[in-house]
Design a binder for this molecule. Structure first.
Ligand code: ADP
Ligand code: MG
Ligand code: MG
Ligand code: MG
Length: 392
């Protein structure tokens, strides 16, 4: 059978596809809305209004809209996203959307509709606590990362997986937007004019830039485990009971600390956007994410770790220490790039009044620098809170 030729779906096309695949009944009046935010991908929600049954069709576009221009971007990221969701489901099916169908030529992934949940960033901004989020994210991180690493997987099989998740276009976005552009006068940077002095200080800060270069090199070379690769709070759907992690199109084999650090940083953004007396829950989430990660990673290590590692006293502690150090550094990079780089976060951008937004971003930049430069001496999540209290 010939593979279909790629073209972007329309709402009617999405309905026709859902019927053709018999994912929703053919004899019904289906409705469809495009609900994505539209920079890289289309996201269609197709519903049977008779019984509320629904599915999500996500389709990659062959370009990204950035600073008014179009960057060509491989459709292969759709294959990566589907395969990452399927791989994660082997270890934590409770934390990822079910995949019903995928087609590489059309660059689509059809999955479970999670509209009954809310994107965690939006929920946090509206003041919700999401009490189980860090318990779930900690377990998601520990299991997806342990079981795709050399500690928990046959070395030959792991290399075949590394090959399957080679993702150069999406990695390049991270390499540029997180580790490179914010540290130079680059056209993609985007910040308020009031931050000009702070930004120039960063550009002249050789100590900082040297440490960022080291973290970038680790990102480029350390094929430790299959990362999610874009694990900010906009990639987490949640409510009081449930948590689901979506959007792993940046997945590739990289340093475990990168995923952990993005979670830390995005929880910090929300803490910084809140009144002092409402920040506590975010620090609880940072601490719980790490505590649960350590507990679940250690359990997996004990139960399923390759003997060559697990029989060696001190090796688990060494691995966890490396992961934490790198997580702290990557959290710092995320703090800086979301303040002055291309892609911002609503937690910071919606702070009012304007003067408070500026001073908060200045604090974010300071904390980011401290995390990067002092990552070897920051040994626990309590010290993140202390740094925050000293700076904010
Ligand atoms: P992108 O890669 O373009 O960021 P996402 O996968 O993050 O795409 O999806 C963009 C938006 O589409 C999400 O913020 C959410 O509102 C909606 N969405 C994506 N996947 C689902 C899903 N499985 N169920 C419900 N809504 C979804
Ligand atoms: Mg988006
Ligand atoms: Mg995405
Ligand atoms: Mg997304």
């Amino acid at each position: 059978k010939k593979s279909p030729i790629y073209e972007p779906l329309t709402e009617n096309g999405a309905i026709a596809l859902a019927k053709k695949l018999q994912l929703l009944p053919e004899n019904s009046q289906l409705t469809c809305n495009e609900i994505g935010d539209g920079n890289l991908n289309l996201v269609f929600r197709v519903e049977n209004p008779e019984n509320g049954e629904s599915i999500i069709i996500k389709q990659a576009l062959p370009y990204a809209k950035v600073v008014g221009e179009s960057w060509p971007l491989t459709l292969d990221r759709s294959r990566i996203e589907t395969n990452a969701l399927l791989k994660q489901a082997e270890f934590v099916p409770q934390y990822v959307p079910k995949v019903f169908y995928s087609d590489e030529s059309l660059a689509i992934t059809i999955m479970e509709d999670l509209s009954h949940l809310e994107i965690a960033r939006a929920a946090f901004i509206s003041g919700k606590d999401l009490p189980l989020l860090s318990q779930h994210v900690g377990e998601f991180l520990a299991k997806t990362l342990f079981y795709t690493s050399d500690y928990g997987m046959d070395q030959h099989y792991k290399k075949s997986l590394v090959q399957q998740f080679i993702n150069p276009d999406l990695c390049k976005i991270t390499e540029d937007l997180i580790f490179t552009d914010p540290f130079f006068n680059h056209e993609t940077n985007d910040y308020e004019p009031e931050l000009q002095d702070d930004v120039e200080q960063i550009w002249q800060d050789n100590e900082l830039k040297l440490e960022v270069a080291k973290l970038k090199q680790i990102f480029l070379t350390k094929a430790e485990a299959l990362l999610h690769g874009d694990l900010h709070t906009g990639s987490i759907f949640a409510d009081e009971q449930e948590t689901k992690i979506i959007d792993p199109e940046f997945a590739y084999f990289g340093p475990i600390g990168f995923d952990v650090g993005q979670v830390f940083a995005n929880l910090l953004f929300n803490a910084l956007s809140r009144e002092t007396n409402k920040q506590q829950i975010l620090f609880h989430h940072i601490e719980t994410t790490w505590d649960v990660f350590v507990k679940e990673f250690s359990t997996a290590w004990e139960n399923d770790g390759l003997e060559i590692y697990t029989n060696l006293d001190g090796y688990l502690d060494y691995v966890l220490e490396q992961i934490f150090e790198e997580a702290i550094g990557y959290a710092g990079c995320e703090l800086i790039r979301r303040s002055i780089g291309l892609a911002h976060v609503a937690d910071l951008d919606t702070i009012e009044p304007y003067e408070k937004k500026i001073t908060t971003k200045q604090i974010v930049l300071k904390i980011g620098r401290e995390l990067i430069v002092n990552r070897k001496t920051i040994k626990n999540t309590q010290q993140i809170r202390e740094l925050f209290n000293q700076t904010a």
